[in-house]
Write a new protein. Sequence first.
Length: 433
Amino acid sequence: MKEIKIPELAESITEGTIAEWLVKEGDKVEKGDPVVELETDKVNVEVNSDYAGVITEIVQGEGEDVEVGDIIAKLDENGEAGADTSSNEEPKEEKQEDVKEEPKEDKKKEEKEEATVENTEEASKKDQKDDKKGDVIASPAARKRARELGIDLSTVSSRDPLGRIRPEDVDAAAKDTSEKKESKPAKKEAPKTEEKTEFDKPVERVKMSRRRQTIAKRLVEVQHEAAMLTTFNEVDLTNVMKLRSERKEKFIDKHGVKLGFMSFFTKAVVGALKEFPLLNAEIQGNELVLKKFYDIGIAVSTDDGLVVPVVRDADRLDFAGVEREIGNLGKKARDKKLAMEDLQGGSFTITNGGTFGSMLSTPILNAPQVGILGMHNIQKRAMVMPDDTIEVRPMMYLALSYDHRIVDGKEAVQFLVRVKQLLEDPYDLLLEG
């Protein structure tokens, strides 16, 4: 008998939650076959079997938390698929056949004996009650009234000096009994009011997924540990939209991907980070780590929560390369195919709440990074131009959240202004690459 255990997953992951079993007891698996899907803090991973054989026992069920080294299933290398199930059913069939072959006469005899015993017991109980009633002094009318109301005369108190029970005594006893019955439900309802929750209307309690718990924990940690501040600006996307309109067909024909907004924003962020390197840094103890690479995280919303896959070396990619990489990472995120290396090591993050209609927000830092840019919805607004004319322009609010411990307000504002300038003159951005 072999044991299937949780293997070493990654350096920073030591535990997870069983999301789904891909096999069941009695199934045959080959060495290397995936047997269970494990939900970790960052991604879902499949655990493969190290042996070939039949699953004889699933030790940990779906939804249970497990750690590296925990036994989750047992496997028989010499077993055959479905062998356990069939072997368990055969004895049951034999027993059923044995029962069916018993003589009918013996069964009838046993039933008669049981009925006789039951009748004897009931008769003895009735005799005992009658004996008790016989000791009670009661008028015939009282006895009749007791039978009608189902009252035991031995429980009736007499108000007659001689102890004789009369009909009015039976009625009084019946009244006392009914009052006691009515008072009982009130006593039972008392615990319900004590167990009442804070809600007066129906609710549903759903356990948070491991990833959602991790997201909640880390976002709170960031707000406690970082001196987070947000600065805002707005950008005129007229030239970006014009450029996209002019180049979109040729771009698709040449590169096979659409020219979207994210490549423009990614390139603008990289350009601004080169001029303001503290926003591409992080704090480690008493030191600043200034990163000389530009791995840009792109926040992606999935059904299981927010994930931030990383576009590696965004400064070395052209617009088509950025669009292609963002598209691939987004698909992997939605299909739950992201690997650990897709999520590790970003230096700055971009999040686009505008895809859901957000007009303005204050994004939370993706620790240990010290900067995150928030994009928002594009709205046409009347803008006063340099010559004092008024034109309708596609405008977007930008938000930069930063860690004030190492980034001063002046540097943060200038960074955001530089992003704005690069987006409002995208032709230079394209030329600079």
